[in-house]
Design a binder for this molecule. Structure first.
Ligand SMILES: Nc1nc2c(c(=O)[nH]1)N[C@H]1C(S)=C(S)[C@@H](COP(=O)(O)OP(=O)(O)OC[C@H]3O[C@@H](n4cnc5c(=O)[nH]c(N)nc54)[C@H](O)[C@@H]3O)O[C@H]1N2
Ligand SMILES: Nc1nc2c(c(=O)[nH]1)N[C@H]1C(S)=C(S)[C@@H](COP(=O)(O)OP(=O)(O)OC[C@H]3O[C@@H](n4cnc5c(=O)[nH]c(N)nc54)[C@H](O)[C@@H]3O)O[C@H]1N2
Ligand SMILES: [Mo]
Length: 881
């Protein structure tokens, strides 16, 4: 894997997940790939392999029957911002154009929906007005609700470059947690969750009070300022300091930096979007730019960061329940007529479709008879998962179009359709700065896997043949595409004359001139890097609008019964439900297993120590987990990454607890805020099972074991080799696993047989098993006495002498030759440099440059740079300081 030095978005830089993509394509990593369609006749049957024709005929029959009996709104599609634009376009046309339902929504509802409504409510259209190059031009960077150091690391490298080139540039970070991003900032505002509107209103208050607004700009290019001005009068820094839990002078400083700097740019993401007032969070931030005229100029503007590779493309084709192709609105009759004419259908239904959370609620009520899911894992990523699981289990017909068989949603699929994945498909994607890139296939898809757009088209054609209009012979086939390019060309036609006009773009141009930013109308020489330079906005009046936004609390607030605030988000090296990153062992090295981060004070109160098990609970569900103290949190705040789900731990993951409440406009759920209760779970014994997994099948084979323990996790470790790691715990006062269970587990892991070394101390409940092949340790099982785990893991993963092993194995309580973490967490994934190695080098007097010289850490993808800097700074700080 190498980045493309010519690509204008990353200039060849990759993050840890990008630079390891080739490792997701190895035969071991692909062991869970879906390669053939599979169908189960009834919910109780096992799925069986069938042909593509039989699979699609069956799906068309089921959908047609539901539509005939219950109407078009009894079927639905739930798709994804990780599909290509061409894939997205076909699904949208299939639902809205052919079937006549607007029940097509996507995981972007969980992600970018509030950004869309925030832009539309203020600027008039869903278009990020900035470009990445603005980072190099800005004097003040406001990062709100985004952990760019981890979630947009390539962009963060650009921020580091900009600061190195212009050290006077100010960086402000707004995040309740002290993330690596916040650590690097000049000013970190660790606000109380959900209080961004109050903060931005207070900043506007200061800007007004100190005469730092641009009244000429406000007068010439905006409307609605007076009403907002009346509101922000009350948002004094002193009052807002109370709401946000930050110092009043810090609010003033932030406002001054923003106002005084000739240019200001803001970057924001899920901390603003995933909120029950996400649209207003976005608007409140955009106001700061409109009020100071810091928009439409180099180094200026409100720049919403997209998360998924093609979240933007989905917005362009209108792949949501309330949107239509080419940034059109379903609610607009003219827009509906436009699209109907473009598609050659009599009409597009006016009734808005169901948005993600509503859709699964409707599934739960039995209103959706056939559900098609593609390229997303709702059984993990939606809030209130116990209800989502119940809904999926009860849905009469669920189709899942996936690359992996190992996702929590796959268990609910009646029909599994194998899709071509990254590196195997053709099409286009659009990034945050409106830049469209070509995606090409490098290798053929495995087995019978097919491109997503092709699957949708082949299904649509079958359904079309069954439709009444087709029988009446009154229309042209709707899906006459021979290649992805044909789909692109039709999509292009829908954009002509719209704000995102790409009439001048083609596959050929992308091929010859490289990635392009929209708009790029016919006749234009190149794309557009900055919007609204002339102060004209795509609203009826041509003016941007201020919205009268007020602070509102999160939907759930903590109280005596549910005293802790649960926040969730991303890890540096994992991707969402981990079906992709979770097959690469080294991507576990930075964060090896699921842990709940807690404030030390909250742990102390509950008598919880690092590594203890805890139970999280609220009315929606519960979750057991290990707890770990974190210096990044405010008291009463806990944090759990979204990545860990049922494939990697016992339990459904953080979304078992998140509420299904949504923003009233964007319908984006509040995935970062839940009130919960945490108590210590008294555990008795621990079991650890380790096994080298050469063919990649063991992880999936062991997954059902998770449910057999009070708590358990199933992760990977290793670098050149893959080691599967099962850790399990039993409640206090429960007997350790019976010999029969240990034997069954040893067999499931391929440890058993005459060559297995076994030691048992029945009285103490201690059991140890080890398998040595060709003089190297390949697997081990430890019950109750688990101090040797790291040593054994290292022996399996990296090899080494097994001489000490026998001695230790047959002495019940022997201290292992190397107890505790040998190397510690891996900080630099590219060059495999561990925490302990870095600490030792820093203690020996190496600075970061010397460290980079010696170990190369931080010199490839750079994702570990913020952490290296933090470690170096911590070593410098006086003890106790
Ligand atoms: N490594 C990695 N990178 C990714 C992804 C991944 O899975 N892994 N996913 C991609 C996707 S789809 C997306 S959408 C992006 C998401 O990118 P980000 O939004 O940057 O990532 P998150 O960690 O979800 O959340 C960002 C921060 O919001 C903070 N936050 C929580 N509540 C509040 C609040 O009330 N106000 C404010 N101001 N902040 C708050 C959290 O503490 C967290 O640090 O990442 C993309 N990049
Ligand atoms: N608590 C909490 N929940 C969250 C979030 C949070 O911050 N906190 N973030 C939310 C956000 S921003 C997002 S974007 C969502 C993400 O949530 P999901 O969309 O559920 O996450 P992924 O694991 O990326 O799911 C994509 C699936 O598509 C499959 N896939 C990959 N490539 C292809 C392909 O080419 N074709 C097909 N057909 N399938 C493919 C993958 O195997 C994977 O299972 O999660 C949301 N949920
Ligand atoms: Mo996202």
């Amino acid at each position: 894997m190498r980045g493309d030095p010519e690509h204008p978005a990353n200039f060849g830089r990759l993050c840890t997940k990008g630079s390891t993509l080739h490792l997701t394509m190895t035969p071991q990593a692909q062991a869970q790939r879906l390669t053939h369609p599979q169908l189960r006749a009834t919910k109780d049957d096992a799925r069986r392999r069938i042909s593509w024709d039989a699979a699609l005929d069956h799906a068309a029959d089921r959908f047609a029957a539901a539509i005939a009996e219950h109407g078009p709104d009894s079927v639905a599609f739930y798709i994804s911002g990780q599909l290509l634009t061409e894939d997205y376009y076909v699904f949208n046309k299939l639902a809205k154009g052919l079937i006549g339902t607007n029940n097509v929504d996507t995981n972007s509802r969980l992600c970018m929906s509030s950004a869309v409504s925030g832009y539309k409510a203020t600027l008039g259209a869903d278009a990020p007005p900035c470009s990445y190059e603005d980072i190099a031009h800005t004097d003040c960077l406001l990062i709100a609700g985004a952990n760019t150091a981890w979630a947009h690391p390539v962009l963060f490298r650009r921020i580091e470059d900009a600061r190195a080139a212009r050290p006077e540039m100010k960086v402000i970070v707004v995040d309740p947690r002290r993330t690596d991003t916040a650590e690097a900032a000049d000013l970190h505002l660790a606000i109380q969750p959900g209080t961004d509107i109050a903060l931005f209103n207070a900043m506007l208050h200061v800007l007004l009070w100190e005469d730092r607004v641009d009244l000429d700009y406000i007068r010439a290019h905006t409307e609605g300022f007076e009403a907002l001005k009346t509101i922000v009068r009350d948002y004094t820094p002193a009052m807002v300091a109370d709401i946000c839990g930050v110092k009043a002078e810090d609010i003033v400083t932030a406002a001054r930096w923003f106002g005084e700097s000739p240019t200001a740019l803001s970057l924001y993401c899920q901390g603003l979007n995933q909120s029950s007032h996400g649209s207003d969070n976005n608007a409140a931030l955009i106001h700061l730019h409109l009020a100071t005229g810091k928009i439409g100029k180099p180094g200026c503007g409100p720049f919403s960061l997209t998360g998924q590779p093609n979240a933007m493309g989905g917005r362009e084709v209108g792949g949501m329940a309330n949107l239509l192709s080419g940034h059109r609105d379903l609610a607009n009759a003219e827009h509906r007529a436009d699209v109907a004419a473009l598609w050659g259908v009599p009409d597009v239904p006016a009734k808005p479709g169901l948005t993600a959370v509503e859709l699964f609620e409707a599934v739960g009520r039995g209103e959706i008879k056939a559900l098609w899911i593609a390229c997303t894992n709702p059984a993990q990523s939606l809030p209130d998962l116990n209800r989502v699981h119940a809904a999926l289990a009860a849905c009469p017909f669920v189709v899942l179009q996936e690359v992996s068989a190992a996702t929590d949603t796959a268990a609910f699929a009646d029909l599994l359709l194998p899709a071509a994945g990254w590196g195997e498909k053709e099409g286009t994607v659009t990034n945050s700065e409106r830049r469209i890139s070509r995606v090409r296939a490098a290798v053929p898809a495995p087995g019978e896997a097919r491109a997503d757009w092709k699957i949708a088209v082949d299904f649509a054609r079958r359904l079309e043949l069954k439709s009444r209009r087709w029988r009446d012979g009154d229309f042209q086939p709707l899906f006459a595409y021979a290649a992805a390019e044909d789909v692109f060309n039709e999509h292009r036609a829908t954009t002509v004359g719209r704000d995102l006009d790409i009439g001048g773009l083609s596959y050929a141009l992308l091929e010859s001139a490289g990635p392009q930013q929209w708009p790029l109308p016919s006749g234009a020489a190149s794309g557009t890097s900055r919007l609204y330079a002339d102060g004209k906005f795509p609203t009826a009046s041509g003016r941007a609008g201020f919205k009268a936004v007020q602070h509102r609390p999160t939907a759930e607030t903590t109280d005596a019964r549910l005293p802790l605030h649960l926040n969730s988000g991303r890890l540096r090296d994992q991707w969402h439900g981990m079906s992709r990153s979770g097959v690469v062992p080294r991507l576990f090295a930075h964060t090896p297993e699921p842990v709940l981060e807690m404030h030390p004070r909250d742990m102390e109160r509950r008598d919880i120590r690092d590594g203890d098990l805890v139970t999280l609970r609220n009315k929606r569900g519960s979750l057991r987990l290990r707890a770990m103290a974190s210096a990044t949190l405010r008291p009463s705040h806990i944090y759990l990454p979204m990545h860990w789900g049922g494939q990697f731990m016992r339990g459904l993951g953080v979304n078992a607890l998140m509420p299904p409440v949504t923003d009233p406009v964007s319908r984006q759920p509040e995935l970062k805020h839940a009130a919960v209760q945490v108590e210590k779970f008294a555990s008795g014994w621990q079991l650890v099972a380790l096994r080298r997994d050469d063919d990649g099948a063991l992880h999936a084979a062991l997954q059902p074991w998770l449910a057999r323990f009070d708590y358990a996790t199933l992760t990977l470790a290793g670098r050149e080799s893959t080691v599967v790691v099962l850790r399990a715990w039993g409640a206090a006062d429960t007997p350790p696993p019976a010999p029969e269970l240990l034997a069954e587990l040893a067999a499931a892991m391929g440890l058993d047989g005459p060559r297995m070394l076994a030691f048992d101390d029945a009285r103490r409940g201690i059991a140890k098993r080890a398998l040595i092949e060709d003089d190297s340790l390949v697997g081990a099982l430890l019950c109750k006495e688990t101090r040797a785990t790291d040593w054994l893991l290292d022996l399996i993963a990296r090899g080494g002498s097994t001489a000490e092993l026998r001695k230790w194995l047959f002495a019940p309580l022997a201290t292992p030759p190397a107890a505790g973490p040998l190397r510690g967490r891996i900080v630099c994934n590219c060059f495999d440099v561990s925490e302990n190695e870095i600490r030792a080098d820093i203690a020996a007097g190496l600075d970061l440059a010397a460290l980079a010289e010696k170990r190369k850490c931080g010199t490839s993808c750079g994702s570990c740079l913020p952490e290296l800097k933090r470690m170096a700074a911590a070593a410098e700080a006086p003890v106790g300081g």
